[in-house]
Design a protein around this ligand. Structure first.
Ligand code: XMP
Length: 305
């Protein structure tokens, strides 16, 4: 474990030396890695850094407001409302890889617009040690938005946390007073709720996914999962009031893991599962049933697409 105080001092000095009087940008996702990298770089170069948060419309409930609150102290924060553009681009796209691709491309377009606008010479990234190791293999090569360094002709890439593990990043985050909500946050995938929706992403499925993910995170907090989530996996018949409906099936998943590479489905007590079922079926007119996913990774992945 690194000495957190001296790590922070050292990195602040390094970043300000490297960037000098130039401008820099960072894609802020709200995850612990990019948030911590942004906070470190902001300490070093202040408003020469523009943190860019793209609201893709694929975020969890309240997420954009949370980011706005936590990073309110950064004068240069840009929140780009790109919800409609992402939904338009995703219309009719059903293949999982195609969905990821559309989202990645649109993200790059949104980010590029801001990077050019602020005349950024440097790109700050929240890359950590396991990212570098994993990108040498193929398993997670698709995970983080690749291509950013190729978009604008950056003079340099700054990766202050490239040698840290996740728990060390969390310590740095706490030391920088990043609110607990960020420092302790469970991992959330770059393509957001889109990988928790099987098939086409529509506004209705997004509404269901957002509501259900909120219920699951709320109910399963005490189990301290690595990740707890809900996915819209298809349609099935149900009965609501006097009517037979053909509504959404929501799958609930809660896993323990050390690094996301392998995971174990958690055993959840029946009462809690029933409460989750009742809140999710009651939370949207068109949810017909809720199932619990008992599959470990492998053979399943943690996300659904
Ligand atoms: P899977 O679903 O492959 O996920 O078992 C392993 C871990 O990676 C996260 N994940 C992603 N993270 N961009 C990310 O930044 C992505 O595209 C992405 N896909 C999956 C997932 O949430 C889990 O923690």
């Amino acid at each position: 474990m690194v000495d957190v105080d001296s790590f922070i001092d050292e990195k602040i000095a390094e970043i300000s030396n490297e960037v000098g009087d130039a401008n820099a940008v960072i894609a802020l996702s709200g995850g612990v890695d990019s948030s911590t990298a942004a906070a470190l770089a902001y300490e070093a170069i202040g408003s020469q850094l523009t943190p860019v948060y793209v609201d893709t419309g694929l975020m969890r409930e309240g997420e954009t407001d949370q980011i706005r609150d936590v990073f309110d102290y950064m004068d240069s924060l840009r929140i780009v409302d790109a919800k409609d553009r992402f939904l338009d681009e995703l219309e009719g796209v059903t293949d999982p890889e195609a969905k990821r691709h559309v989202i990645g491309e649109q993200f790059i377009r949104e980010f590029e617009t801001v990077a050019k606008d602020v005349d950024a010479d440097y790109l700050v990234q929240g890359t950590i040690y396991p990212d570098r190791i994993e990108s040498e293999g193929t398993i997670k090569s698709h995970h983080n938005v690749g291509g950013l360094p190729d978009v604008v002709d950056f003079e340099g890439i700054v990766e202050p946390m490239r040698d840290l593990y996740k728990d060390e990043v969390r310590e740095v985050a706490r030391e920088l007073d990043l609110e607990e909500i960020i420092a302790e946050r469970m991992p959330f995938p770059g393509p957001g709720l889109a990988v928790r929706i099987i098939g086409e992403v529509t506004e209705e499925k997004l509404d269901v996914a957002r509501m259900a993910n909120h219920v699951v995170e709320d109910e399963l907090e005490e189990y301290e999962p690595w990740q707890a989530l809900a996915a819209v996996i298809g349609k099935a018949t149900g009965v609501k009031g006097d009517n037979r409906v053909h509504g959404w099936v929501v799958s609930v998943r809660s896993v323990e893991s050390r690094d996301g590479m392998t995971a174990r489905a958690q055993e959840i007590d029946w009462e809690t599962l029933q409460r989750i079922q009742s809140r999710i079926t009651g939370g949207h007119d068109n949810v017909a049933r809720v199932v619990y996913d008992v599959t470990h990774k492998p053979p399943a992945t943690i996300e659904y697409e």
